[in-house]
Design a protein around this ligand. Structure first.
Ligand SMILES: [Zn+2]
Length: 80
């Protein structure tokens, strides 16, 4: 699921929401009721995206494949 960044025009808080593509964008800051501005922060997306990939997305890959690839990597670096 994509991560959307928002900034509140009232309290200036910036935060990110993981939303379904089909979900409508947030309009109101739940904490203060201020109007939200949708940010297109690519750098922020990539930073968070890495963690997202490690923590969640990679679980979709089968564990044995990852282990095998890691072993191959270790073996090739040792044999040199
Ligand atoms: Zn706010």
């Amino acid at each position: 699921m994509p991560i959307y960044a928002y900034k509140c025009k009232k309290c200036d808080e910036e935060f990110e929401e993981i939303q379904k593509i089909s979900a409508s964008p947030l309009k109101k800051h739940e904490d203060c009721g201020g109007k939200l501005e949708k940010l297109l922060s690519l750098s922020s997306f990539q930073l968070k995206g890495e963690g997202w990939y490690r923590d969640g997305y990679s679980k979709r890959e089968s564990g044995s494949d990852v282990a095998k690839r890691t072993r191959e990597k270790l073996t090739s670096s040792n044999s040199d």
